[in-house]
Design a protein around this ligand. Structure first.
Ligand SMILES: C[S@@+](CC[C@H](N)C(=O)[O-])C[C@H]1O[C@@H](n2cnc3c(N)ncnc32)[C@H](O)[C@@H]1O
Length: 215
């Protein structure tokens, strides 16, 4: 399976019409957690099993990974969880616009593809527009969680979010870095990085009360 796809290639720039939440969540009005770049889906599967009164949506640009995650979800008969294929930078907006007010409570972006070269930074999933989109739909006090083992990447991501009017960074025990995954489950990549004994940088942002102004 290909390790990376270029999200800026023509194919991934075509907007997809994502199915409505009512077509796959058994309780479509439950609070929602979106995991961006859900890969093989293990993180959300575990969360969905432990939290039956939440809905979970995994979004992933590599279609075979979505098929694999969906196969596991169906086997477990989980109806508070769904995996969808899309480029979030292109196709998420319309899906969010159909949610109830304050329904989106959490967004996680874990170990996103680093795209190390400066000329490739625009391929990174976390961009100003995406953070603004999340700010527009996240409920007050809703969470945006990011983590990676690459310091330059967390710097890049946190600078974008720190500069966004609608988020406050959570300081825990005097530190801006979280010691562990706040959802008590580790993602696939996180487990790999922990086995290598590498440092992980985790930051939590909370949506403040400022009303979103669409410029
Ligand atoms: C390094 S993996 C991390 C996977 C998982 N979050 C984890 O922590 O184990 C990053 C994932 O983000 C996906 N991805 C990258 N750009 C994306 C985009 N624009 N939209 C949706 N998914 C994307 C990649 O295909 C890949 O599966």
């Amino acid at each position: 399976m290909r390790q990376h796809v270029n999200p800026l290639s023509q194919f991934f720039q075509l907007p997809l019409s994502l199915p409505s939440k009512t077509t796959f969540f058994q309780e479509p009005n439950y609070p929602i957690h979106i995991d961006i770049g859900s890969a093989k889906g293990e993180f959300l599967i575990e969360l969905a099993l432990r939290n039956p009164d939440w809905n979970f949506l995994g979004l992933e640009i590599r279609e075979p990974l979505v098929a694999l995650s969906e196969k596991k979800r169906k086997k477990l008969e989980l109806y508070n969880l769904k995996f969808l294929f899309c480029n979030v930078n292109i196709s998420l907006e319309k899906w969010l616009s159909e949610l109830d007010n304050n329904q989106l409570k959490r967004v996680s972006i874990q170990f996103p593809d680093p795209w190390f070269k400066r000329k490739h930074f625009k391929r990174r999933v976390l961009q100003r527009d995406l953070v603004n989109l999340i700010a527009q739909y996240l409920s007050e006090d809703g969470e945006l969680f990011i983590q990676t083992d690459i310091f330059k990447l967390i710097e890049y991501m946190s600078e974008i979010i720190d500069n966004n009017t609608y988020f406050e960074r959570k300081i825990i025990d005097g530190s801006k870095w979280l010691a562990k995954n706040p959802y008590d489950i580790i993602s696939d990549r996180e487990s790999f990085v922990l086995r290598q004994n590498l440092r992980i940088y985790r930051a939590m942002y909370v949506r403040n009360r400022i009303l979103f102004i669409n410029k």
